[in-house]
Ligand binder design. Structure first.
Ligand SMILES: [Zn+2]
Length: 78
């Protein structure tokens, strides 16, 4: 009899984008709230739709988001 349980039923919807991406997208504060608290899909600055993870710091920042943020700041928008 084995007490080791390494397999768990996968109840999450498969999202290849999340697994493969492994990047931290930049999202607006309002969206962060919705994403983290409500678990809703949000749209990053780069246009990518995703559900925020709890520890975005462990992933490299999305290049597309970085560029979008730079452009936003350069244009003086919020
Ligand atoms: Zn992004």
């Amino acid at each position: 009899m084995s007490t080791d349980v390494t397999e768990r039923p996968d109840t999450r919807p498969s999202d290849p984008g999340l697994e493969e991406g492994k990047v931290a997208h930049i999202i607006r504060k309002d969206d962060q709230m919705r994403g983290y608290v409500m678990g809703e899909e949000v749209i990053a600055l780069c246009g990518e739709r995703f559900i925020p993870t709890r520890d975005p710091e462990q992933y490299p920042v999305c290049e597309g988001c970085k560029q979008a943020l730079t452009m936003l700041r350069a244009s003086g928008g919020n």
